[in-house]
Design a protein around this ligand. Structure first.
Ligand SMILES: [Zn+2]
Length: 576
């Protein structure tokens, strides 16, 4: 606190003088520091953890060890940091510490039987040809997806691995993505190795065959190719954290607390590509790989309250770490609480993809920090693979455990998109939806007995009590829902609105899709066609439902008709 007190008690003229002096001085520091680099890596000390809340909005925090903070900044960010008056030390860039020879660039070898020995860093072109090759050599179980294109025109690629690779079948979708921070490359090579080992193990290794047959696995080894190949396509030497615009992509996502642009920057092309990819899938679980620490970090990063599935998150993180500890030297993956941490408890960030995916896409994503050194020598890559490879599989398998099943119309058998809500438990978008095409839902959850409530517009809300779950097992729960509007009402709009609970005592919620936010004039008719009430609601869209209070109406069956920007939507409501 001393630095503040000194300024506070100084004379006005001195303050004015020193502030003008320091501004000029800061410009010189910035000119020198950013002459050849677009980002800097540095360390400084804080007096109190409460300072983190301010700092995280200004610079990109990378690690906090007690009072010692490690961070990155571009020129603008560092300029704002300088104004805070901290003493700092500039550190060498973690992506430029190794000799070229230690990277074994492009030095691939094949074992007999054609598996690649993953003890080298591929060039960018080699990376692309491996990704193309994975799909080309296993077209029955592997498909190549282009998630998008980076600022500098590099490809952001993923492979999908499943026995039903070209259709979306009733199996959980799972996503691994690595190296959104371009200089954190251990996960990049581990993911290449994982793809290779799943494809080559299919049909011969029982556990791998089960995975391919029962899951839809998506793997993106390199989320920020411009950062990783900042030094050129032929080397990862010179890899940087940020993208080509010197923006931290893992602070650039919409945030449940910080809003659409928590970092103050427009969404980068890479961010938009991942937002799109998340929206065309529903990843039941996912993880993004990092380096610079050794810890599994689970939601939330943005706020201090726990995710409703905190117990489950701890269980899954602990399972990952405990398995690693059986196969790694002592001391590996033991940061914070022996290798796991709640994100906010470590240090808060806004705009990370973990919270974005978990909140806005009803997912469960963790941030996996798997090597204290960000860019490890190539001759250590196989060791890190061996420490983590079993846990990579454990974690994927968890997406099929908990409760799953199919929701259908009891009369027609048609699949339904219903909200699957754990009564007295779910909050902050922790609930799930069944898939509109096949009616299946997948709900990972901790061991225990749970009450599930299924809601779907036009259907009687259904609650199933005391569904028993044990760890690492699947409890099947198929649900058939009874239409309330059978034979009477048709829904005329293209996009249906979710209204729940129905029947109710007169209080209803309406959920309006994000794309259809706006004013909705509505009219309520009784069954003889007389208008009994009218009004207008404003739907913000997304996950925030609009509450409607019709408790003043007598018990009975009514027709509600809403007019929105996509057309008319109507349905029956029952007041009991
Ligand atoms: Zn990182």
């Amino acid at each position: 606190m001393n630095r503040f007190r000194f300024t506070f008690f100084s004379l006005i003229f001195f303050f004015t003088f020193s502030s003008a002096f320091s501004q000029e001085n800061n410009q010189k520091i910035l000119d020198d520091l950013f002459k050849t680099h677009g980002e800097v890596y540095f360390t400084f000390s804080i007096f109190d953890r409460s300072e983190i809340g301010t700092l995280t909005k200004i610079i990109s925090l990378d690690n906090v060890k007690g009072s010692e903070v490690f961070a990155y900044a571009n020129r603008t960010e560092f300029g704002r940091f300088l104004e805070l008056g901290y003493q700092y030390t500039i550190l060498p860039s973690p992506g430029s510490l190794l000799q070229e020879s230690e990277l074994n660039m492009g030095g691939q070898k094949r074992k007999p039987g054609s598996t690649v020995v993953w003890n080298f860093y591929p060039t960018y072109d080699q990376y692309v040809s491996y990704m193309v090759g994975f799909a080309a050599s296993h077209p029955d179980i592997c498909r190549l997806d282009t998630i998008g294109t980076s600022n500098q025109g590099r490809l952001i690629l993923a492979v999908k691995i499943s026995d039903s690779v070209n259709v979306n079948r009733a199996k959980p979708e799972f996503f691994y993505t690595s190296s959104i921070h371009g200089d954190e490359t251990t996960g990049y090579i581990c993911m290449m190795h994982l793809i290779d080992s799943i494809l080559s193990g299919y049909g011969s290794v029982q556990r791998i065959t089960n995975l391919v047959n029962n899951y839809q696995i998506y793997i993106n080894p390199l989320a920020n190719p411009d950062g990783t190949y900042h030094g050129g396509n032929s080397t990862v030497n010179g890899a940087q954290r940020y993208n080509a615009n010197y923006i931290d992509l893992n602070r650039n996502f919409p945030d449940p607390k910080g809003g659409p642009h928590p970092d103050g920057y427009a969404w980068q092309v890479e961010t938009k590509a991942f937002m799109h990819y998340d929206s065309i899938h529903h990843f039941v679980m996912s993880a993004n790989f990092h380096g610079g620490a050794e810890v599994i970090n689970y939601p939330w990063d943005t706020w201090s309250r726990f995710h409703p599935d905190d117990n489950w998150m701890q269980f899954v993180s602990r399972e990952y770490v405990d398995t690693v500890h059986l196969y790694a030297p002592a001391g590996y993956l033991t940061d914070l609480d022996n290798g796991i941490t709640n994100g906010y408890a470590w240090y808060s960030i806004e705009g990370g993809r973990q919270d974005y995916t978990t909140y806005f896409h009803y997912g469960r994503e963790m941030t996996m920090e798997i090597s204290a050194v960000k860019l490890i020598p190539a001759n250590q890559l196989l060791s890190f693979w061996n420490y983590n490879r079993r846990s990579f599989l454990n974690y994927i398998e968890e997406s099929n455990y908990g409760i799953n099943g199919q929701v259908t119309d009891t009369l027609t058998g048609a699949p339904l998109r219903a909200r699957v809500f754990i009564t007295g438990h779910d909050a902050d978008n922790s609930y799930e939806f069944s898939n509109a095409n096949h009616g299946w839902y997948f709900r990972p959850i901790a061991q225990g007995n749970w009450d599930l409530t299924f809601t779907c517009i036009g259907y009687v809300t259904k609650t199933v009590h005391a569904v028993n779950v044990t760890n690492r097992h699947t409890t099947s729960l198929n649900v058939r829902m009874v239409p309330v509007n059978y034979g009477i009402v048709e829904v005329k709009s293209k996009s249906s609105l979710l209204l729940y609970p129905n029947p109710s005592k007169g209080n209803f919620n309406i959920q309006i899709p994000e794309s259809s936010a706006g004013n909705y004039p509505f009219v309520i008719y009784d069954l003889t066609g007389n208008q009994v009430h009218s009004g207008t609601i404003y739907g913000v869209g997304g996950q925030t439902p609009v509450s409607l209070d019709f408790t003043f109406l007598p018990k009975g069956i009514y027709l509600i008709k809403l007019t929105g920007n996509r057309g008319v939507c109507q349905g029956k409501i029952i007041i009991q």
